[in-house]
Design a protein around this ligand. Structure first.
Ligand code: FES
Ligand SMILES: [Fe+2]
Length: 451
């Protein structure tokens, strides 16, 4: 099938999901078709839980930040009494945005157009010249406050949904919760954003990023400069003795796994032979005492986690949080930030930041490699005669529908999993995301009577 044969809602034909027969193909229309993008925004981003941030961004009463859920502008706030909530960032009067800054602290928002004023609980507390307005009863009956949307937190991870018609946040996260615990529990009071977040765009589809975080196969071919730099440091050819967060010499010997969870979440993981180089390792004794041996081992391990559809936690060369915002079918905004345990020692924080800068930061050795690869793919997709991508076949013979010993050890029970040598570079880890992709879109179309 060629992409130009796509009919509205014809999502089934875009993914050939025939694992029993060893076949899995993805049609490139999922990365290029405007109609597909429209369906994704409507049914995956605007009728689903979407990650909005860590609660460390709203530490104090009257803290707020502005963001997006799908394509819709949102403001997330902690009110004067400490309650968190999310609202559409639009004045009910005539629509002007009320929050102009990325983040801040204020007792009230005064709309700069006609002066209506809102407190941080979203209530309208002032309508300019209301008494002389000649308003009638229907107007008085309206709620003049900011439009509140569904909001939830798991530990300190904050999510919002534009519709109430979603499962509970716990149901949405499901088996991903113990994996989020491995992040949150790195400090006795959780984790926080370390100042210095970056935002950038790349000219390719949002799912390129979604896949890449759990795509181990690209590591050795896409990031040779980083691997060479780290190897030379290990060999003593550099004065930089601080940043050796991964032992690439051990890659062929390390075993690891991949796992897919319902609703699109996925993870790849392996023990980290260089765990003693990590900032977190300085707090190992405290971690073992508080969380136990097994959990500590997996906190120090390499884990790249996707919480579908828009946030990833990459724990390998430091701990990075990535928030994905699709802008159009071929443009994506990324917000990336280093996160770390609240209250960790200066020494641990220093190592964490240096490792983050080295690999992850926009100026680090990995991010430019990856974004250029996404843009090269999007460029290649202009070759529409070649409709199907083959990059979903590695490991198809090894997929299991049960947990393995290591997933048992950290207490989560995925929908499917795969386990073997890290250098098997499994690609079956993408299946869960595409199954959720299909389900979200088809369920949404059915509810709208368009199936
Ligand atoms: S648009 Fe906000 S007061 Fe008019
Ligand atoms: Fe990469």
């Amino acid at each position: 099938m060629k992409p130009n044969e796509l009919k509205y809602g014809d999502v089934d034909r875009l993914i050939i999901d025939n694992v029993e027969e060893g076949e899995y193909l993805v049609n490139r229309a999922v990365f290029t078709d405007e109609q597909v993008f429209e369906l994704e925004m409507k049914y995956i981003f605007e009728r689903n839980w979407v990650f909005v941030g860590l609660d460390s961004e709203l530490a104090n009463p009257n803290d707020y930040f502005t963001t997006f859920v799908g394509r819709q502008p949102v403001i997330v706030m902690r009110d004067a009494n400490g309650e968190l909530a999310a609202f559409i960032n639009s004045c009910p009067h005539k629509g002007a945005r009320v929050g102009h800054h990325r983040k801040g602290n204020t007792k009230q928002f005064v709309c700069s157009y006609h002066g209506w004023t809102f407190n941080t609980a979203g209530e309208c507390i002032y309508i300019k010249d209301q008494d002389s307005g000649g308003y009638a009863e229907p107007f008085n009956q309206l709620d003049h406050g900011l439009y509140k949307i569904k909001f939830g937190t798991y530990r300190g991870f904050m999510f919002a949904s534009l519709t109430d018609d979603v499962p509970t946040l716990e149901e949405h996260l499901g088996e991903a919760m113990p994996l989020l615990d491995l992040i949150w529990d790195q400090g006795p009071d959780g984790v926080e954003e370390i100042p210095g977040r970056s935002t950038y765009t790349y000219d390719a589809n949002w799912k390129m990023q979604l896949e890449n975080c759990i795509d181990g196969y690209h590591l050795t071919s896409c990031h040779p400069s980083f691997m060479n730099v780290v190897s030379r440091r290990k060999a003593g050819e550099s004065d930089n003795q601080q940043v050796k967060s991964i032992d690439f010499n051990m890659l062929g010997q390390v075993e690891g796994g991949t796992a897919c969870m319902p609703r699109g979440h996925a993870v790849i993981y392996s023990p980290n032979a260089a765990e003693h180089e990590r900032g977190l390792f300085l707090h190992k004794d405290e971690l073992v005492e508080r969380c136990g041996e097994a959990k500590t081992k997996w906190m120090l391990a390499t884990r790249n986690l996707t919480i579908y559809p828009n946030v990833q936690f990459a724990e390998n060369a430091s701990l990075q949080m990535r928030i994905i915002r699709p802008i159009s079918v071929d443009k994506t905004e990324m917000t990336i930030v280093c996160i770390g345990a609240k209250g960790e020692s200066d020494a641990a924080r220093l190592i964490r930041i240096r490792q983050y800068e080295d690999f992850f930061n926009t100026s680090g050795l990995a991010t430019p490699d990856d974004t250029i690869a996404y843009e090269d793919c999007q460029f290649g997709y202009q070759g529409k005669e070649l409709a199907w991508s083959q990059g979903y076949s590695r490991g198809i013979s090894n997929v299991k529908s049960s947990a393995d010993e290591l997933t048992d050890e950290i207490g989560f029970d995925p929908e499917t999993s795969s386990y073997g040598k890290m250098t098997d570079w499994d690609e079956s880890v993408f299946y869960g995301g595409y199954r959720a992709w299909k389900k979200f879109i088809k369920d949404g179309l059915a509810v709208d009577g368009k199936d």
